[in-house]
Design a protein around this ligand. Structure first.
Ligand code: SF4
Length: 512
């Protein structure tokens, strides 16, 4: 803990994410180093809808920055789809306040040349410790031109620096839930002081950073791997003790009903989960959910986690095995997916299975095979359907560009597909064949519909030519399902006005 008093007044702005953990971690690191930091949560996300900020909201942002006498502002630009919005807000803030602007997050990490054209500084990659050094130098009037992990623009010149080494996760301070007066939430006509996420019943955290596989061609994380070659381990785990201590701290301040581990892949390592399974129930005692990769699912490990409080699991199926092997570089067979679902049923945990749709690879035969695979899975299971987002500089983006199958306009950034179609919307314009497949997929996991009925809908020649009634049926059934899920969440005390606002977009219902 630093004892220095810092003078520089810093604000960090989260765009459309109240939970933004990047902002929260950076704010904690800076506060620990003695800085005064304001966290500004500028609007929240809504399912498949990211409305452009109103003039009132922009004015509110400028007002908070002015009243708090902010001297430098950092925008968290977590995806390239936010480029245009971050550029607009940067220009508005600069015009009114004439203060330097820093961008951090995945977008400047993927597209530094584009980001540094607009921001005065950009932070690349993980900067938990590097950001403290950057602001220390500014505070002490030292040069930041050679500050590791940062690029600096001075007039026409751009100073590019190498990345600082990856940090030990146990050395990163916990996110700060006790500071309230330095947090602002701007939404519509209001500016609310205090942490807007503190009463959220779902608490998210990471037990690891990175991925043990790094092969999936669509995955934005793979872009960061080569950046860190020689600078630390590709897959880092927190100690169990460190994350249990975090929960002991957070439980005193937040209204936590369930914990969701947001790791790319939850660290199923034998010694680690044994220690976790021993400490978590005794010292935390909350139900939790994790995301796993099919390649690490075993009965033994999940049984251990179930005893510790594992309630639900998320796992990517993504596509049938041909597309997974040939195009996504995910060596996972259809048989393996069936075995995983069977293990989830034996262990007794809810499984939330993810599918990627709207890809340029799957043929009618692949979609048919995927449908058959899903029909063979033991019910119950939930299905989360996502529209494929082509992230810049991924293997997939480069391959499709080279093959002439897409243009730059199809890549996230220029394209803002993720804003309208992150979770699949049945109303989104698509070929009728795809509309039929999606309707069938939405119907097939509903336990109140018999599999015989689904097979007869699948065989119907009428619906092949006219999928609209099938879509209408799927939407009706989806609404029934949503009502059931909402009731269960209400009974568990997990339904909040914030969640309702996020998920109930009348133009685009979540598919379940
Ligand atoms: S999709 Fe998941 S498993 Fe695949 S590379 Fe990305 S993080 Fe790793």
């Amino acid at each position: 803990m630093s004892t220095s008093i810092r003078h520089l007044k810093i604000a960090i702005v989260s765009l459309y994410a109240l939970e933004n953990n990047g902002v929260r971690h950076v704010a904690s690191s800076l506060r620990e180093a003695g800085f005064s930091v304001k966290e500004i949560y500028f609007k929240d996300w809504v399912n498949n809808k990211f409305p452009w900020p109103s003039e009132q909201e922009v004015q509110s942002l400028i007002q908070v920055l002015r009243e708090q006498e902010i001297e430098i502002v950092g925008f968290s630009v977590r995806a390239s789809a936010f480029h245009r919005m971050a550029k607009y807000l940067t220009e508005r803030v600069r015009y009114d306040l004439n203060i330097p602007i820093l961008w951090g997050g995945m977008h400047p990490t993927f597209m530094p040349e584009l980001a540094i054209e607009i921001a005065d500084y950009i932070a690349i990659g993980e900067v938990d410790h590097a950001v403290v050094e950057f602001f220390r130098r500014l505070d002490e009037n030292e040069s930041v031109l050679d500050c590791p992990s940062f690029w600096v623009r001075q007039g026409e010149r751009i100073f590019k620096n190498d990345l600082a080494p990856l940090v030990d996760m146990d050395s990163i301070p916990f996110r700060d839930f006790h500071t309230q007066k330095d947090k602002f939430h701007i939404e519509g006509n209001s500016i609310t002081i205090g942490d807007p996420f503190i009463n959220n019943p779902e608490y998210t955290l990471l037990a690891s950073r990175g991925c043990p596989y790094w092969t999936c061609t669509f995955c934005s994380n793979t872009v960061t791997k080569p950046l860190y070659e020689g600078l630390g381990k590709n897959f880092r785990l927190r100690s169990v003790e460190h994350l249990v201590q975090e929960l002991e701290y957070a439980k005193k301040l937040c209204n936590i009903k369930v914990v969701r581990f947001d790791d790319e892949v939850f660290p199923i390592r034998k010694a680690w989960i044994q220690e976790f399974a021993e400490k978590w129930p005794k010292r935390v005692g909350l139900p939790f959910e994790v995301l796993v990769d099919p390649r690490m699912v075993t009965y033994e490990s999940l049984s251990l986690l179930k005893k510790a409080g594992l309630r639900a699991i998320c796992m990517g199926i993504q596509a049938n095995d041909r597309v997974n092997y040939e195009h996504y570089h995910r060596p996972v067979s259809n048989q393996k997916i069936k075995e995983c679902q069977s293990i989830f049923r034996q262990v007794g945990i809810q499984s939330n299975l993810q599918i990627i749709w709207d890809d340029p690879f799957s043929t009618e035969e692949d979609k048919d095979q995927l449908f058959h695979l899903l029909m063979e899975l033991e019910r119950p299971f939930e299905l989360y359907l996502f529209g494929l987002t082509i992230y810049p500089r991924t293997h997939m983006a480069r391959t499709l560009l080279r093959e002439g199958k897409i243009t730059e306009a199809d890549i996230e950034g220029v394209n803002t597909h993720a804003f309208e179609q992150f979770r699949v919307d049945l109303n989104y314009p698509r070929p009728k064949e795809d509309r039929r497949w999606l309707a069938l997929i939405v119907l097939l996991n509903k336990s109140f519909l018999s599999k015989e009925l689904i097979w007869s809908l699948y065989r119907s020649e009428y619906f092949k030519k006219n999928p609209d009634p099938l879509i209408a049926l799927a939407q009706g059934v989806n609404l029934v399902k949503m009502a059931g899920v909402a009731t269960q969440m209400t009974l568990r005390g997990e339904m909040t006005p914030l969640l309702i606002k996020r998920w109930v977009n009348p133009r685009s219902l979540v598919t379940m």
